[in-house]
Design a protein around this ligand. Structure first.
Ligand code: ADP
Ligand code: MG
Length: 401
């Protein structure tokens, strides 16, 4: 299915474009702690402004649950956007203080070509995919552009009902450059990855990523599994994992996924050694032990050096690499070597490399390796769902029909 993009938008000069962005950024002391997601949408914003469109930009921020929350206002985002664009960004207090009519009037009278609406989730109708709310948003604009990949897996008003309504009323609804690139790269991994295709998975909970593991078991040539999720696989196989994080109610699921992978001849690599400690703390006494013989009272908190070496060897031969999920509790220095080792191996590999997941991206950033990956996906849940081959409501609606 072909995604409609800015190339299908037609002439936008003098028109108002509603841009759904993903400005769901981390905040700190009333400011934006990391503006990567804002920067990621700048190419779309600049392209539209270069074509003399006016923009009404909207996003959600955090989880205000349908109520106005002072600490989740968009003002810090507006302020960072002003700096990045080096131009005025007018804030419109909708949803929230203003009625839809008053907001539409303010948008019409705005002196700046860039207007930023208030946090969309201040209105409970956003998450309810409410068509009346979508109608109020549609009244702002002549065209709709979606660049919010991080929200594409949610059927919410600004990404689902709104583009539906725009199309139904004869107005264009297309993907921005960021969403376009995310879909191109991730559906490329789904449909025609260059082989060998190696997937490196980690993170805390296997239940979050079981669907991904099954989907990758059907497509990849090798699955390298680290992080806490490895312990559910090792324990399901009868290994002693001490007090490591395990989800026993998933034993059957992981056995099934593993069998499926083995039938396809997929190489599954689990940790051979792990760094274990009694507590998740920098002062805890730690030792490197076999991954299936972790003493009672100790948890596996990182993959060990031998595992890093083995994973790195598979990574070096890959032509395509997908990485999602840290190999250990990388936030704490004593348990960060596994994640660092794997990240460095992927960064140095010749393969086309893609990273997804908020924590994995943070690890890449801390290591200063952002430029060594071919694609850093801005969507956590959305990228996993796309990789599973699921239909995402925010993307489906923008496809040619
Ligand atoms: P991502 O955001 O990249 O998708 P997840 O959210 O799935 O990754 O997992 C990240 C979290 O997993 C990190 O906070 C990390 O500390 C934790 N983690 C990784 N390995 C372990 C482990 N062995 N034990 C406990 N927590 C772990
Ligand atoms: Mg995470």
């Amino acid at each position: 299915m072909r995604l409609r993009t800015l190339d299908d938008l037609g002439d936008v000069a003098g028109k108002t474009v509603f841009l759904r962005a993903d400005f769901n950024v981390p905040l700190e002391n009333g400011g934006v702690a990391d503006d990567a997601r804002i920067r990621a949408t700048l190419p779309t914003i600049t392209e539209l402004l270069d074509h003399n469109a006016s923009l009404v930009i909207a996003s959600h921020l955090g989880r205000p649950k349908g109520k106005v929350k002072e600490d989740l206002r968009m003002e810090p985002v507006a302020s960072r956007l002003r700096d990045l664009l080096d131009r005025e960004v007018e804030s419109v207090a909708f949803p929230g203080a203003l009625s839809a009519d008053a907001a539409a009037k303010q948008v019409e009278d705005a002196r700046s070509p860039v207007v930023l609406l208030e946090n969309l989730r201040f209105d409970s109708r956003e998450e309810a995919n409410d068509t009346t709310f979508a109608g109020e948003l549609a009244a702002f604009a002549d065209a709709y552009v979606d660049d919010a990949f991080g929200a594409a897996h949610r059927a919410h008003a600004s990404v689902s009902a709104l583009p539906e309504l725009m199309i139904a009323s004869g107005r264009p609804a297309v993907a921005g450059r960021l969403l376009q690139r995310e879909v191109e790269v991730l559906s490329g991994l789904l449909e025609h990855p260059e082989k060998p295709y190696v997937a490196v998975l980690g993170g805390a909970k296997i239940s979050d990523k079981l669907g991904t593991i099954s989907a990758l078991a059907a497509r990849a040539d090798a699955l390298l599994i680290g992080g806490a999720m490895a312990f559910t696989l090792i324990a399901a196989d009868g290994g002693q994992v001490g007090d490591s994080l395990v989800e026993p109610d998933r034993f059957d699921d992981v056995r099934r996924a593993r069998k499926q992978a083995e039938e396809r001849g997929v190489l599954i690599q689990l940790p051979k050694d792990v760094v274990a400690a009694a507590d998740v703390s920098v002062d805890a006494e730690r030792s490197t032990v076999p991954a299936d013989a972790i003493p009672k009272g100790r948890k596996g908190l990182d993959i060990g050096p031998r595992t890093v070496e083995e994973f790195a060897r598979t990574i070096a031969d890959a032509h395509t690499i997908l990485w999602n999920g840290p190999m250990g509790v990388f936030e704490l220095e004593p348990f960060s070597a596994g994640t660092r080792g794997v990240a460095t191996a992927i960064a140095g590999a010749k393969a086309f490399s893609v990273v997804g997941g908020g924590d994995s991206l943070l690890a890449v950033k801390r290591l200063g390796l952002e430029d060594s990956f071919d694609h850093l996906s801005t969507g956590g849940g959305a990228s996993l769902e796309l990789l599973e081959g699921k239909t995402l409501p925010g993307i489906e609606v923008l496809e040619e029909r």
